[in-house]
Structure formats: C-alpha cells, structure tokens
Write a protein that binds this ligand. Structure first.
Ligand SMILES: *[C@@H]1O[C@H](CO)[C@@H](O)[C@H](O)[C@H]1NC(C)=O
Ligand SMILES: *[C@@H]1O[C@H](CO)[C@@H](O)[C@H](O)[C@H]1NC(C)=O
Ligand SMILES: *[C@@H]1O[C@H](CO)[C@@H](O)[C@H](O)[C@H]1NC(C)=O
Ligand SMILES: *[C@@H]1O[C@H](CO)[C@@H](O)[C@H](O)[C@H]1NC(C)=O
Ligand SMILES: *[C@@H]1O[C@H](CO)[C@@H](O)[C@H](O)[C@H]1NC(C)=O
Ligand SMILES: *[C@@H]1O[C@H](CO)[C@@H](O)[C@H](O)[C@H]1NC(C)=O
Length: 222
C-alpha cells in the first residue's frame, strides 16, 4: 500500500505544465539602467525604430536592461540601433549589431530582433541586454516585450495522485480485511470439521466395539 501511494505521489510532483508569461516593456519587473523614454500610441517612436508592436508601446534606453525570471525559456522582441550584447546568467548569448547608417538606409524594422533561448534549467535566470556604450553615436535599444516559459507543477494531477493514492490505500486495507476474515472463517470451519470428525470417529469406534461385543456374545457358547 505504501509503495503504490508513494509512486502516485511522485508522478504528481514530476508532471509539470509549461506556461508562457508575457512581460511588457512597461512592467516594473523590467529594470532599466538609466533614464528611459517610452513611445506608444500617443507618443510615436522615432524614425528608424519599429518597436511598439506589442501593446503599442516600447521603451527606449541608452543603458542596460535586466530581467529576472524562473523558467525554461525566454523570447524577447527588441530594436537595436548600434550594438548590444545579450547576456544570460553572466554568459554572452549573442551580439546584435545594426549600425545607424544601415538602419537609416533600410528604414524602420532593420534593427528589429527576436531573440530566444530554450531548454534552460528550471531555475532563476537573469537576462541582461547591454548596449555598446563606446559607439558614436551611442547605441539605442527599443525594448518591446518578452515572453518567458514557466514550468509549473500540475496541480490537477497532484490532487489526482493524492486521491488515487488514498483510494488505492483504502482498497488494499479492504482487501487485507477480507483476506483476514476469510482466513478466520476457514480456521473456524476447519476446527468445527475436526471436532465433527473426532465425534464421528468416536461414534464409529463405539459402534465397532459394540458390534464386536455382539459378535463376541454370539460366539459365546450358549
Ligand atoms: C511560448 O511562446 C513561444 C514563442 O511565441 C512559442 O514558440 C512556444 O511554443 C510557447 N510555449 C508554450 C508552452 O506555450
Ligand atoms: C499594456 O500597456 C498598458 C499601458 O501601458 C499596461 O497598463 C498594461 O499592463 C499592458 N498590458 C500588458 C499585458 O502588459
Ligand atoms: C506614452 O508614453 C508617455 C511617455 O513617453 C507617457 O507619459 C504616457 O503615459 C504613455 N501613454 C500610455 C497610454 O501608456
Ligand atoms: C535579479 O536577481 C539578483 C539576485 O537575486 C539581484 O541581485 C538583481 O538585482 C535582480 N535583478 C532584477 C532586474 O530584478
Ligand atoms: C519577430 O516576431 C514577430 C511576431 O512573432 C514577427 O511579426 C516579426 O516579423 C519578427 N521579427 C523578426 C526580425 O524576425
Ligand atoms: C563596442 O563596439 C566597438 C566598435 O565596434 C568594439 O570595438 C567593442 O568591442 C564593442 N564593445 C562591446 C562591449 O561589445
């Protein structure tokens, strides 16, 4: 009973559901290094920056952007004019480079990037977007939004496992009780049968003795 209960419980803990969580550029969880500028439906983004696709808003900054999350993947959407390094947990993931001249030549959208990293361990991570500040003119980042994938324990199957475990336990206890009852009944029947056969044996012996007595009597000369 204990083993099946524990196995079911473990299944409940192992199963997890993946959930995408969207974080807009205006979220307080996104930490911008220095003075930022928000462009949106009322304050349009400057030429060359297409950002503002999600929720009609983007945040422009000349300094770094940091975000902490616990999950297994992230997907971020941003514009870069200049160059920026994407760093995850202190390790460089990639460098996005869009010189101002290219962006001005190609027009809005040239500096747009969708960056992502999947297959991460389900632990806390820090994402940093660091602009190259030595460039002239300085790098400008237009941050639109990001999505991270959280891995949450499946509560439903957890409850299911507990209910299943309890039901299994009850079934096993019921089975053991039944088995004990049957064993007791068998013992009683056996004992009764033994007693019965002992009585029968006694009667048979008595009858034999009696018959023998009669025969003896017959054989006796009269
Ligand atoms: C989360 O979003 C990304 C990008 O939009 C998508 O590729 C992925 O399949 C989504 N994952 C889940 C669990 O919805
Ligand atoms: C969209 O933007 C509005 C105003 O900036 C903000 O209040 C809201 O939380 C944003 N929505 C999402 C899903 O982030
Ligand atoms: C748009 O951005 C400006 C700052 O650039 C801000 O003052 C305003 O509240 C924002 N509007 C919305 C709807 O978020
Ligand atoms: C992320 O977490 C680290 C360590 O807990 C903390 O030092 C840092 O300030 C956090 N950054 C953000 C953007 O929340
Ligand atoms: C980024 O993704 C959005 C929607 O997921 C798409 O509309 C856009 O074209 C992509 N941009 C780039 C540069 O791939
Ligand atoms: C910034 O850009 C300059 C010029 O392209 C380059 O030499 C330098 O290594 C870059 N710095 C970083 C931190 O990427």
């Amino acid at each position: 009973m204990h083993r099946s209960f524990i196995v079911l419980l473990c299944l409940g803990f192992v199963r997890a559901i993946l959930q995408n969580i969207t974080v807009d550029d205006t979220s307080p969880d996104i930490v911008y290094g220095e003075a930022t500028f928000q462009c949106n439906a009322t304050v349009p983004c400057p030429d060359g920056l297409k950002a503002g696709v999600f929720n009609e808003s983007a945040t422009l900054t000349f300094s770094s952007i940091a975000f902490n999350f616990t999950g297994v993947a992230f997907y971020a959407s941003l514009d870069v004019v200049g160059a920026a390094t994407i760093i995850l947990d202190g390790e460089e993931l990639s460098i996005l480079s869009n010189p101002l001249s290219d962006v001005l030549e190609a027009g809005p959208g040239q500096g747009s990037h969708n960056i992502s990293k999947t297959g991460l361990a389900n632990i806390p991570h820090t994402l940093t977007i660091a602009p190259n500040t030595t460039l002239i003119p300085p790098t400008i980042i237009g941050f639109d939004h990001l999505i991270y994938t959280a891995s949450l324990p499946d509560k439903k199957s957890h409850v299911g496992a507990i209910v299943g475990g309890v039901l299994a336990g009850v079934a096993v206890i019921f089975g053991l009780l039944l088995a004990a009852l049957f064993a007791r009944r068998r013992k009683l029947i056996l004992r009764r049968n033994q007693r019965k056969s002992a009585v029968l044996r006694g009667m048979t012996v008595a009858r034999q003795n009696h018959n023998a007595g009669e025969e003896d009597a017959k054989e006796l000369p009269t």
